[in-house]
Ligand binder design. Sequence first.
Ligand SMILES: [Zn+2]
Length: 351
Amino acid sequence: MRAISFLAVFFLFLGACAPTTQRVEVDPKLAEKEAEKQREIALTEFRKDKRRLFAISYPVLVGGKPLCDERIAPQVGASFSSIFHFPEEFRTAAKTVFGDGDELRIALVVPGAPADKAGLRERDLLLQINGTPVPKGEDAPKAFSKLYSEAAKGNKNFTLDVRRGEEEIHLTITPEMGCDYPVLLANDDSLNAFADGERIVLMRGMVRFAQSDTELATVIAHELAHNAMEHISSKRGNAMVGLLADILASIGGVNTQGTFSRLAAGMYSQEFEAEADYVGLYIMALSGIEIEGAPYFWRRMAAAHPQAIQQGGFLATHPSTPERFLALEKAVEEIKQKQADGKSLRPEIKK
Ligand SMILES: [Zn+2]
């Protein structure tokens, strides 16, 4: 009986929701034009978030170097793209917005990083690296990454020839060493982030929630700590890499519909979370980032998104217990004391 009356109410509402005014007719050609415009906006906005994430992660990766042991590589603070980085339906928009074609072009440059200091700019077209022509086409990103690894091996200077408008420019770049874990942005609205032992992935929802650069650095440093402390077993890491490969290949503007969050739920034990908090603060301090606001950030997240605890979001795997905040605050004190005493900034190892 109760079910029937519920249904009746439901249909009543449906009836009330039906439009009573005439629908505005639209030209399908204009609608397609508008759809393309919206794809352009989506790419522009995604790149904006990526630029912010890239700029804030760079100093964390370089600063965290002493804790990454062998897992370090020469860094320049620049990324590249071509239309093959985007799903088919976004390629025309990518050409319009970024000028991307089948050649590799600089997508992002971190202010103050080696690429920026050498004079490399966003949209520069890559011509040669150490005198070797930069490949074009679908396999170019992989081939260029290999050429780059060879050129910068041993942290050596290397040359880059680029085209900017009509001008050809010859640059010499001096890389610096940093942790070798790329930081990626997933087009996913959930409040989440994770590290799989190979890379760090932040959901867009998390990047938006982290208002200040310090807050965003707090999340990145925590995830980097998971990787640096080798929290993930290689078996589990390999399984994740397989699952991620396809999704990461299409992050150019395609929403992942929460796939990442489902992957990341319950990834680490609470002991590992506590260690990532602790070591993450050291990574921030080593990177020259103010650590005082870090405990408050976790508290703010728990307060603003209590539902994230139930829904398998970031807080579900990152418990928001009072102990956690107290531990963070204590760690901040420990680091501040070391800074005041001019001691080296290394986490205390269990005796
Ligand atoms: Zn964690």
